[in-house]
Design a protein around this ligand. Structure first.
Ligand code: UD1
Ligand code: MG
Length: 464
């Protein structure tokens, strides 16, 4: 929207969270609270975004890294009104525009609700507009005072409210749209003469009414959407609510969730149709699950791309990986840190793969470790094959070429190369490259002592 600017207040600590991290950095369904608020407002395409930061400023800034925003430092958090005053210099440059003001701790607000606020504001010509809502439990919120003509007159904070005012259920959820020119004039009139000795943004309502300006209160009907987060319990409630919504969307788009109440899918995760997800699965970050995949219980996947028709058995941890279509993983595998698995791969139980690439149709069925390895196509690695990639100083590379065979319980001491269609005999400790087509074997020869058991019995004089 043209001539619209947005300001998000995110300078406070959030004492009630009892955290070293700023409140607005706490995550709902995998996304920091502040970013959720930002996204809702960003969809209106404001000309500028001003983010008021203070406590934990660097991390708050980083949580919006790469997104267009101007950060304004509020050294001392002297109240929500003071936060707007801090942006004064920037606002002076945009006289004539409108300023949408939001709190960083109200993450469920929808873009359509913000659009309604701005559109009403513009249509009515009001100096200031704000959303109000009826709250079943208004405790803690600023209460809306209306005059005999039902127009908003003031907002009174909980801590300044008389018992009579406390009974009012219409509250201030904290969404405002200001014409910038009158806002700049009224800001000078804010005082901190109240119970918390803070400059309240909410006092602007009464100030502007006294100045004879038009202030427009728009009653919204969904209290849940506008709820703020002040405690960990509220964080959990809202996060679960968002998760439920996400799961409903997934089911509507053709994903089977065996138990939606026990499936945890972060908001940015993409799941294609005909995927089946069993209980206690967690999908995080920028993960994408391709069509027809089946993910069994207890598996956690983060920031990974899973191709079509992949089956992942129980209790796997997969992060920062790509897995090709038709592969079969698990149970109890750990695949991580830029690992790329080709198509039609089979990775069986208790296998760890890290910083490695595996070609198509390769099999590593049991109890193996591959670190810093490049493995070709149609390679077969037996039970207990281990790449010894770390010598205490450096991580060394292993190359296993197409069609090679790694016998069970062999150790490949990196840096090392196992050539195309080469064969490593079971139980070998391989320290030198095995050329293509050759066999590498390194184990002591077996001796046979016939009738050894009987002879031992006789020696010891035992009849057993
Ligand atoms: C505020 C409102 C209250 C409303 C409620 C809705 C005021 C005075 N009160 O109260 O009417 O019902 O929100 O949730 O505005 N912040 C800053 N700088 C400051 C102070 C706060 O950036 O100096 C930020 C905080 O980081 C937070 C937001 O503003 O994101 C709201 O502050 P908070 O202390 O939670 O205000 P409430 O007491 O909830
Ligand atoms: Mg609050």
């Amino acid at each position: 929207m043209k001539n619209l600017h947005a300001l998000i207040m995110a300078a406070g600590k959030g004492t009630r969270m009892v955290s070293e991290r700023a409140k607005v950095l706490h995550e709902l369904c995998g996304i920091p609270m502040l970013q959720l608020v930002y996204r809702s407002a960003a969809a209106l395409e404001p000309d500028n975004f001003f983010i008021i930061i203070g406590y934990d400023a660097e991390r708050v800034k980083n949580s919006l890294a790469g997104l267009p925003a101007r950060f304004i430092i509020q050294e001392n958090q002297l109240g929500t009104g003071h936060a707007v005053i801090t942006a004064r210099e920037e606002l002076e440059k945009h006289r004539g525009g409108d300023l949408l003001v939001l709190f960083g701790d109200t993450p469920r607000v929808r873009t359509e609700t913000l659009r309604k606020l701005v559109e009403h504001h513009r249509d009515s010509g009001a100096a200031t507009s704000l959303l109000t809502v009826h709250a079943p439990d208004p405790y803690g919120y600023g209460r809306i005072i209306r005059d005999s003509a039902d127009r908003i007159q003031a907002i009174v904070e909980e801590k300044d409210a008389s018992p009579e005012v406390k009974r009012i259920t219409e509250i201030n959820p904290g969404f405002y749209c200001f014409q910038i020119t009158p806002l700049l004039e009224s800001l000078g009139k804010l005082s901190n003469n109240n119970a918390q000795k803070e400059y309240y943004v909410t006092d602007l309502i009464e100030i502007q009414r006294r100045e004879g300006r038009l202030v427009n209160a728009i009653l919204h009907d969904d209290h849940e959407e506008l709820r703020g987060i002040n405690s960990r319990a509220q964080l959990a409630d809202l996060s679960l609510a968002l998760g439920k919504e996400k799961n409903r969307q997934l089911m509507a788009s053709g994903v089977t969730l065996i138990d939606p109440d026990r499936t945890y899918v972060h908001l940015d995760v993409v799941v294609e149709k005909d995927v089946t997800i069993h209980p206690m699965v967690t999908l995080e970050g920028s993960t994408r699950i391709g069509e027809g995949c089946v993910i069994h219980s207890g598996t956690r996947i983060s920031n990974s791309l899973i191709g079509d028709n992949v089956e992942i058995l129980d209790s796997c941890v997969i992060s920062d990986c790509r897995i090709g279509e038709g592969s079969y993983i698990g149970p109890s595998c750990h695949l991580h840190d830029r690992t790329v698995i080709g198509r039609q791969n089979k990775i069986g139980n208790y296998v760890e793969v890290v910083r490695s690439t595996l070609g198509d149709e390769t099999r590593t069925m049991h109890l193996a470790y591959l670190g810093d390895a490049t493995v070709g196509k149609k390679v077969n690695l037996g039970a207990g094959v281990i790449v010894c990639n770390y010598d205490g100083l450096n991580k060394n590379v292993t190359i296993i070429e197409d069609g090679a065979f790694g016998g069970s319980d062999s150790q490949l001491i990196a840096p090392i190369r196992i050539g195309r269609e080469a064969f490593v005999a079971a139980g070998s400790t391989i320290t030198k490259d095995v050329p293509p087509g050759a066999m590498g074997i390194s184990r002591s020869r077996q001796a046979i002592k016939p009738d050894w058991t009987n002879r031992r019995r006789k020696r010891s004089g035992s009849d057993d």
